[in-house]
Design a protein around this ligand. Structure first.
Ligand code: AP5
Length: 219
């Protein structure tokens, strides 16, 4: 199966973008491109980008557009992106969205499909405080609703589960504020282009996934 376009997941921190983007990417046989995961990898490898990004991410702010655009443009050159791709956490500013439009156009992709996952703030904080991630493969768990079989260990690859540095309460507040200020306006940007679908994310993971499989056609 192929997606043949860019699929973009919008939504606040903790809405379930990563959880759903991974599933739909697997369903459509397309790569899952999480800018958050790419930046966390740069931090763990201690690259120049990682050293710049670490303090910014830890306080809950956005990494500068030029650095994120360079990282994304490099990733899109890889052959696995030829049949389309699923973005999770990108674009996050109007400047990123406008530059992405140009990249898509110059690579022969049509308009993207954009899904906005909506969840209220109280539920977001609850989800983020219960989140644990695999330090090896990035698998996402939640101690309240999606726990691993063995506490602290990834079901898939046995990796150690860790909490993200930016899931501390002080950083979460900043991330939610940054989302409202810089990323939420993208819903209007894409609505005006006629490419936005809104999904109620405050339901069990499987229900949200079922809706997404109906909305996202892959051939
Ligand atoms: P990023 O990694 O993208 O984080 P985020 O957008 O803040 O989103 P989260 O990963 O917190 O949440 P999610 O929506 O993916 O939810 P998840 O599926 O994990 O970005 C981190 C940082 O990197 C940014 O703050 C910024 O500094 C930087 N960055 C990244 N991209 C950037 C860009 N483009 N430009 C500039 N800077 C950038 O689910 C959350 C929890 O809820 C999990 O425990 C999960 O198991 C659980 N859950 C999921 N779905 C459900 C459900 N339906 N019901 C109950 N629980 C659920």
């Amino acid at each position: 199966m192929a997606l043949n376009r860019a699929l973009i997941f919008l939504g606040p921190p903790g809405a379930g973008k990563g959880t759903q983007a991974k599933k739909i990417a697997q369903h459509c046989g397309a790569p899952h491109l999480s800018t958050g995961d790419m930046l966390r990898e740069a931090i763990s490898r201690n690259t120049e980008l990682g050293r710049i990004a670490r303090p910014i991410m830890e306080r809950g702010d956005l990494v500068p557009d030029d650095l994120v655009m360079k990282m994304v443009a490099e990733r899109l050159k890889r052959t696995d992106c030829q049949g389309g791709f699923v973005f999770d956490g990108f674009p996050r500013t109007l400047a990123q969205a406008e530059q992405l439009d140009k990249i898509l156009e110059s690579n022969g992709f049509g308009k993207p499909q954009v899904i906005d996952i909506q969840v209220d703030a109280g539920e977001l904080v609850k989800r983020i405080s219960g989140r644990w991630m695999c330090s090896v493969g990035g698998e996402i768990y939640n101690v309240n609703v999606a726990p691993p079989k063995v506490p602290g260990v990834c079901d898939r690859d046995g990796g150690k589960l860790v909490q993200r540095a930016d899931d501390r309460p002080e950083a979460v507040g900043e991330r939610l504020a940054v989302y409202e200020r810089q990323t939420k306006p993208l819903t209007d940007y894409y609505r005006r282009k006629g490419v936005l679908d809104v999904v109620d994310g405050a339901r069990p993971v499987e229900e949200v996934s079922r809706d997404l499989e109906k909305l996202v056609r892959c051939s």
